[in-house]
Ligand binder design. Structure first.
Ligand code: DOR
Ligand code: ZN
Length: 389
């Protein structure tokens, strides 16, 4: 199979090169003509997008999402690999649950990599499970996972140094000034005890978090589209759906965040599906897999970021942050996980059309330009012309 005539994202540039696929892998980059041809004229051909931060909710909360619906949302959004969080009502905190969850995740139609959850007394379980990454909740959020700094230090010292520990370290306070002060204080304390170990700071929602993180060379950062496109100005429109952690910030703070966007390493949707009933009861989180790419391309279209910059943050930077060696780049020998984006496709966000069980969106009615048109997973076309094959 050959993807022909598109602009392929290779080594930090869009180049007019064809991609040759064979046996589920990328075999060649250049000019080819023999084989089944996929015409990509006018399209961006990029490595299958990787989302480092999603909540697919299974097991325990599959009424909100499961591996099939969540992975269908991923593919429809252009993602071929997602990294799933451990904070289900059945949390991923023992080696046994981790193995069980891996089996459940086999029904996903994209690759799902599982983050393992840290607790006060599971250092030995982490060792037994030997996961590629560990998630530490240092503040309250959905589910019951939370650890103090003393526990954090135990995990920092025991988890292999070359693997990232993902941090949820943000205040849930309503008042913005108090919220940010608490967030910065917490993160400063973490950096003090982390002593240079590898960390990945989830969902930064303020400029200062980015500059603080940048002072430590072993810290990568991730931003979520909703913090970049939305602010407290959207509260009246979002009404009972507005809760999310980190909280949305004031319009001034949102503009400051955008001004530091260039320094962010990864984009993560923090896809956190909840039913409307659960939102009414105060649940925090937005679905994001099906809007992440469109929302980020919208920022590109508005001149706030650049498409090359963006693609790095949705593919290779995520692969590098999480030591994924076989994906995230269009390169011979890599998995043939490829997303073909139509950068001109205009579309409107409608929760009712989503693949996720969560059929609402904080971006409802937003008009975006740019969408995943075709998705190839392990060399097979599984999504084409905006529909599943
Ligand atoms: O808004 C959020 N929702 N923030 C989180 O940290 C967790 C997530 C969820 O699991 O619902
Ligand atoms: Zn999350």
């Amino acid at each position: 199979m050959i993807i022909k005539g598109g602009k392929a994202f290779i080594d930090g540039a869009f180049l007019e090169k064809d991609i040759l696929i064979e046996g589920g892998k990328i075999r060649g980059i250049g000019a080819f003509s023999a084989g089944k041809i996929i015409d990509a004229k006018g399209m961006l051909v990029v490595p299958g997008l990787i989302d480092p931060h999603v909540h697919l909710r299974e097991p325990g909360d599959s009424y909100k999402e499961d591996f099939l619906t969540g992975s269908r949302a991923a593919i429809a959004g252009g993602f071929t690999t997602v990294m799933d969080m451990p904070n289900n009502s059945v949390p991923t905190i023992t080696a046994e649950n981790y193995e069980k969850k891996k089996k459940l995740a086999k029904k996903a139609i994209c690759d799902v990599i599982l983050h393992f959850g840290a607790t006060a007394d599971n250092v030995s379980e982490v060792k037994k499970a030997n996961p590629p990454s560990l998630k530490l909740y240092l503040a309250k959020t959905t589910g019951s996972l939370i650890v103090d700094l003393e526990t954090a230090k135990k995990h920092f010292d025991s988890f292999p140094k070359e693997r990232p520990i993902v941090l949820h370290a943000c205040s849930d306070k309503e008042d913005e000034e108090e919220n940010l002060k608490e967030t910065y204080d917490l993160q400063q304390k973490v950096y003090r005890i982390a002593r240079g170990r590898r960390l990945h700071l989830a969902h930064v929602s303020s400029k200062k978090e980015i500059s603080m993180a940048k002072q430590h060379s072993n810290v990568t950062t991730e931003a979520a589209p909703h913090h970049l496109l939305l602010s407290t100005k959207d509260y009246p429109r979002l009404a009972r759906m507005r809760n999310v952690l980190p909280t949305l910030k004031s319009p001034q703070k949102q503009i400051m965040l955008l001004s530091a966007l260039e320094k962010v390493d990864c984009i993560g949707s923090d896809h956190a599906p909840h039913t409307i009933e659960d939102k009414d009861a105060g649940a925090a989180g937005f679905p994001g897999l099906e809007t992440s790419l469109g929302a980020m391309l919208d920022l590109c279209n508005r001149g706030i970021c650049d498409k090359i910059w963006l693609m790095q943050r949705m593919t290779e930077n995520v692969a590098d942050a999480f030591n994924l060696k076989d994906r995230g780049r269009l390169k011979p020998g890599y998995l043939a996980d490829i997303t073909i984006i139509d950068p001109k496709k205009e579309w409107e966000v409608r929760g009712a059309d989503f693949e996720t069980k969560c059929r609402w969106s904080p971006f409802e009615g937003f008009k975006f330009r740019g969408k995943a048109k075709t998705v190839i997973k392990n060399g097979k076309i599984i999504y084409d012309e905006y529909h599943f094959v």
